[in-house]
Each structure stands twice: as C-alpha cells, then as structure tokens.
Write a protein that binds this ligand. Structure first.
Ligand SMILES: Nc1nc2c(c(=O)[nH]1)N[C@@H](CN(C=O)c1ccc(C(=O)N[C@@H](CCC(=O)O)C(=O)O)cc1)CN2
Length: 284
C-alpha cells in the first residue's frame, strides 16, 4: 500500500498558489482573505492561526476578525455585509463550528457567493451539483487532489462515501459523480455498511467515527481517503489524532491517506487556492 502524503501535496499546491498570488500582484491585485472567528474554541483557534500563517507564506493579505463568543448574530451579519462590500477582500471565511446562539446557515448564506471561499453558500452548492463551476468546499476539493495523485481514469469506478455532511460527504459525492464514478453515499445508520464498502474501488470515510472502517472492509487494490480527525485520549494519558479508518490494517489497499498528514493539510492549501480563484473570477 502506498501512503498518500497530504503534507507534500499540500505544499506543492501552496507553492503554485504563491506563484499565482505573485502574478496577480504584478498587475496590481493584492489578494485578500478575511478570517472570522467567534469565541475561543481551542481547535478553531489553531486552525485560524494556521490559515493566517499560511496566507502570509503565500503572500495573501489576511484580515482577522476575532469576536467574543457572545457576539450576536446581527453583529456578525453586519460584519459579513461590510466584508462583502470591501474590494480589498476577495475571500471570506467564517470558522466553524459557530456558537449555538448563532444560526450557521443564516451566516453562510450572507457571504457573497463570489467571496465564499469555503464553498458553503447555496449558490456554490447548486453550482457543484449541476457541474457549472463555482467555488468548491476545501476538504472535498483536497480529497479529489489526493485521489488525482494515484488515479488517472475514474470512469466507472465504484466509489463509496461514508458520511452525509454538507461540508464533506455530499460535496465529495458530487465531485466523484462528476468524474463518472458510480457513487454510493452511506452513513452511520446505513444497514450492511461493511458489505457496501467492500464493493468500492474508492472509499472516502467522513463519518467522524474513530476506526469505524476495518481492514477487512476494504477490497484489495482500493484507494482509501480518510477524512476523519478525532482527538482521543491514549492509554498513557496523552492525546492523539485518529481517523475513521484502521490505517495499519490497509496493507492490501492500493493507496491510503494517514491521519494526521493526509486530508487535513489539504483543507488549508485548498482554501488559499480558492481565494486566488475568487480574486481571479472577480476580475472577469
Ligand atoms: N469554515 C470552516 N470551518 C471548518 C473547516 C472548513 O473547511 N471551513 N474544516 C474543519 C477544520 N479545519 C479547517 O478549518 C481543519 C482541520 C484539520 C486540519 C489539519 O491540517 N489537520 C492535521 C492535524 C492537525 C492537528 O495536529 O491538530 C492533519 O490532519 O494532518 C486543517 C484544517 C472544521 N471547521
């Protein structure tokens, strides 16, 4: 089995993004990304800090908006409205999850579709499902770039997606369908899940269920993408990250992503690539 190195592929993508940012700067466009964080969820703090640091590394200007957890929805919507109208901002990202008193769908629906670098706005969701362009959510886009590193011809391959979230499961299913895979979307309540997964040439596990997928669920020669990232407490009292797949049992697979170091790093690299794409589309 070949491990798919998400860190290396993300680095290559970010290098390409940096070159595109530099080319836009040559013609007077300074690519800008607004990053909005409500509250102090420790994981969100880490991801936002990495998004800001990676933006700087590729030359994207970031505008950080850190708001108290108690910020009311109206104030957040007013900020997004201002960012929608700000010509220096090409992409807007609202870090999820949001505190419970804020209706996430209302917030995401307020972001201008052309600046929606997370690809969560209904217009971009609709464009993805009709194959008519738009900005594609970062983690699903990252999954496809990882698959592209090992698969040339997708036509007719059986793909099984585990997980039906709006952020990963549904969009990745659309992207696989676009490549003419035969796609089955399953989830934690699917009956006979292991038998269905055993039919797959491509498995995308995005259920958020640590080590759900065992080695004997995987057909020999299949490619496995593990989107799950759960922090668990190990026997020694320390914490570690585990995926949805028992990676060490995948000797008979063709290729698979580890956790950490697989899909995760692609999410931020794709965010930066989407921001450049938004800046480019805004000029057309
Ligand atoms: N607005 C958004 N919110 C959230 C998204 C998103 O795409 N848009 N995704 C996740 C969190 N996320 C980015 O925001 C993210 C998750 C994981 C990683 C990553 O690189 N993981 C590493 C391990 C990192 C660690 O050590 O903790 C890996 O898998 O190797 C990057 C970004 C939810 N919110």
């Amino acid at each position: 089995m070949t491990p798919i190195d998400g860190r290396a592929i993300a680095r290559t993508l970010s290098d390409t993004t940096a070159a595109e940012v530099a080319a836009l700067a040559e013609i007077g466009v300074r690519v800008g990304l607004a990053v909005v964080l409500l509250g102090s969820n420790p994981a969100s703090e880490v991801y936002v800090a990495r998004k800001v640091a990676e933006s700087a590394r590729v030359g994207i200007v970031s505008f950080e908006h850190r708001l108290p957890a108690a910020t009311d929805e109206a104030a957040l919507l007013a900020l997004i409205d201002a960012l929608n109208r700000d010509p220096a901002v090409h992409g807007i990202l609202v870090q999820l999850p949001l505190p419970e008193h804020v209706e996430a769908s209302r917030v995401l629906d307020t972001i201008a579709p052309g600046k929606d670098v997370d690809g969560f706005h209904p217009v971009n969701v609709g464009r993805l499902s009709t194959g008519t362009g738009g900005l594609v959510p970062c983690t699903p886009l990252g999954c496809m770039l990882l698959l592209d590193s090992v698969i040339e011809d997708y036509r007719g391959l059986a793909a099984v997606v585990i997980g039906k979230s709006n952020i990963v499961g549904k969009p990745v299913a659309m992207l696989l369908l676009e490549r003419e895979c035969t796609v089955t979307v399953t989830h934690i309540a699917t009956r006979g899940l292991s038998e269905i997964v055993r039919t797959a040439d491509i498995v995308v596990a995005a259920a958020g269920a640590p080590r759900l997928v065992q080695g004997d669920w995987i057909k020999p020669g299949a490619v496995v993408i593990d989107v799950g990232i759960t922090r668990i407490r190990a026997g020694d009292g320390r914490t570690r990250l585990v995926g949805d797949v028992a990676f060490e049992q995948l000797g008979h697979a063709r290729a698979a992503t580890p956790v950490p170091g697989g899909v995760g790093p692609m999410t931020i690299a794709c965010l930066l690539a989407n921001t450049v794409r938004a800046a480019t589309l805004a000029r057309q």
